[in-house]
Design a protein around this ligand. Structure first.
Ligand code: GLY
Length: 426
């Protein structure tokens, strides 16, 4: 079986790693891939904003199955075009991916189907924003409607800050993504991600995961794509897990009632409030870095699950998980999430990957013609450790981190501490 995986981050390296362990022994191509996926398959370059070209490449190269990692090709309709060509793919069609591609669409869906989330207003002009903010005050969250590479969300402590964020969107800072703005209630509580596989009928939740979005320890500094993650999440009890699962199921049913059969991963970003879990955001794909802790814990063959999703027979699958926990520390380039240099040689990877229970996923790396691995992005590596306890997982992951070096490397030192505290072990 020949598989094409679209994407080139840590998420895709984790997906390619899991697929490469499948008993079906697929031959894997990855576009654009990274230094890690190059070791498990063949990296190729096909622009992911040209669905027609992707389909042509897939046909020319006799690809049997396509896994769409990032949101952009989902939103542009790559799954739709592949379906029209009769090629099975993992990832929702554009109508379903709209749940991530338009915050206004997601909020409207949640309101119509009574899915718990913060109060909000969709804004198209500065005057509307002024009027709404006079009514609700601050703090609020201001979100560009469309995809803004993870940058379109501002938590505004004052009305002035909120208006500044609205102005930034409407003035085109995020391009067409900011033509509409969602102003949303600021909700307080621990955050948690619950992802589920779904074929539009059956919904199989994964294990809850805890991302760390801020750049520095103690949740300080600017927002990033995620600086570390662990799973499962000790603050999530059975009741909360059931409530989050019910919300994901209700969302899949709501989409179906609107004529959208959603097939792929539905990612629920939740906030655990005193009134129960509420949805902060939906994503139409695997999370990054959540995937780097979820897939190492998944015992069931990922390829079997993905094909069952694509073929609408997920009811045949029962997900099995390994015992223990997984924790991942992101090693980033100095300056990230702002500007950063690329091309820095990376040292110590072979030795670090020999630490017990550790797998190192590449995110922004490139393999030079001379075989040297260098930095090629903001988030460079995800050092993942699987262990029986969070204390051991932290020890293993940070032991490996201490062995790795590249110029200006930065990372958080507190990944997993919240889990230890929740368990009373700190
Ligand atoms: N971890 C956040 C995301 O994947 O969007």
């Amino acid at each position: 079986m020949r598989i094409l995986v679209l994407g080139g981050g840590g998420r895709e390296h984790a997906i390619v790693t899991a697929l490469s362990r499948s008993p079906h022994a697929p031959e894997i191509f990855c576009s654009p891939g990274n230094g890690g996926t190059a070791a498990l398959g063949t990296n190729i370059e096909i622009s992911d904003d040209d669905p027609a070209f992707i389909c042509e490449w897939v046909e020319r190269n006799a690809i049997d199955f396509v896994v769409i990692g990032p949101e952009a090709p989902l939103v542009t309709g790559v799954a739709d075009m592949l379906a029209a060509d009769g090629v099975p793919a993992f990832g929702p069609k554009a109508g379903g991916a709209h749940i991530e591609g338009s915050k206004a669409f997601a909020k409207d869906l949640m309101e119509r189907y009574d899915i718990p989330s913060g109060r909000y207003r969709i804004i198209g002009t500065y005057e509307e924003a002024e009027e709404y903010l006079r009514e609700v005050g601050a703090p609020v969250v201001v979100k560009a409607d469309g995809l803004a590479a993870g940058k379109g969300v501002t938590v505004a402590a004052t009305v002035q800050d909120a208006l500044g964020a609205v102005r930034q969107c409407l003035d085109g800072y995020f391009g067409p993504a900011g033509e509409l703005v969602v102003i949303e209630e600021f909700l307080e509580g621990p955050e948690c991600s619950l992802l589920a596989f779904t074929d539009g009928e059956t919904v199989l939740p994964m294990i809850p995961a805890q991302d760390h979005k801020r750049a520095f320890d103690d949740d300080e500094g600017p927002n990033t794509g995620g600086m570390g993650v662990y799973a499962p999440v000790p603050v999530v009890d059975e009741v909360t897990l059931e409530a989050m699962t019910a919300i994901l199921k209700k969302t899949v049913e709501a989409l179906k009632a609107d004529g959208i059969v959603y097939r792929g991963v539905l990612y629920g970003g939740f906030i655990l409030t005193g009134e129960g879990p509420k949805v902060l955001e939906f994503n139409a794909r695997f999370g990054d870095p959540e995937t780097q802790v979820l897939l190492p814990l998944l015992k069931t063959d990922l390829l079997d699950v993905m094909r069952a999703v694509a073929e609408g027979r997920l009811h045949e699958i029962e997900l099995e998980w390994r015992d223990g926990v997984a924790l991942s520390v992101v090693l980033a380039s100095g300056g990230y999430p702002g500007t950063y240099a690329k091309g820095k040689p990376i040292n110590g990877l072979d030795e670090a990957s020999r630490v017990e229970g550790v797998t190192i996923y590449h995110a922004g790396t490139a393999l030079g013609a001379d075989g040297r691995l260098t930095t090629a992005g903001g988030r460079v590596l995800d050092v993942t450790a699987v262990a029986p306890t969070f204390a051991e997982a932290r020890d293993r992951a940070y032991e490996a981190v201490d062995i790795i070096s590249f110029e200006d490397m930065h990372y958080r030192t507190d990944i997993g501490l919240k889990a230890l505290r929740a368990q009373g072990d700190d």
